[in-house]
Design a binder for this molecule. Sequence first.
Ligand code: KIV
Length: 276
Amino acid sequence: MDRKKVTIAELQDKKQKKQKITMVTAYDYPTARILDQAEIDTVLVGDSGGMVALGYESTVPVSMEEMLFMAKAAARGVKSAFVIADMPYMSYQVNDEKAVENAARFIKEAGCDAVKLEGGSEFASTVRAMVRAGIPVCAHIGLTPQTATMLSGFKVQGKDVEGAKKLLQSAKDLEEAGAFMIVFECIPDSLAARITEELKIPTIGIGAGKDCDGQVLVYHDLVGLFERFTPRFVKQYINLIPMIREAIIRYKTEVEAGEFPGPEHTFKMNKDAAKF
Ligand code: KIV
């Protein structure tokens, strides 16, 4: 039976029923189709695509146009999962007006269901402005890669009392501003559990322990398509790179040996035109 479109109400209901929410990233049509067929709840067109699909060193250089290109392709591959697109660096930080304009492009032009933005309490007004415009917003706190330099690098956040209090306050402020869901990246498991308990909206963890309402992984990490580095919170379920490389080497060898294409891959002219 065809799965119905996943809704915000359903995601929030899963929290109430203590059913875990699944999220995986996708940046193109075929990957999004696979995730949708596997009945993943939410597909995230993350700005991580800038690194794993476009080859940038970090997520900072990713542009609105690049995000829109990936979001359109991924959204075309999805029938029922809930599609969330990442607001890239500097697409929402300048002012709320610009932020709403950019967020709306993911909904109007790319066909996404919601946007995600990195940042704490200081972005509550931005979330409020987007929600007022009818754009659902998923927040993202903890390690926020777009501004990792401000956090002195890619470090676990909220390990001390002051940091933990700040994250708890941010989560509450973002919920109050109207965010429908929140991602925690790289925070201690006990802190993620505590904030999850205090919030009404679902929490999605990446490096935040098992007590979040759901989990997210970057697709390329999950299937072994990214070789540059693997953070501790990643579990690789399959290692595709050696398998794909092996297939490409077999193809190359067969072409060079004149073994591919075989008769089954070849077309013949009509018999009466054979002397052409
Ligand atoms: O860009 C991304 O893929 C993300 C996830 C790691 C949450 O923001």
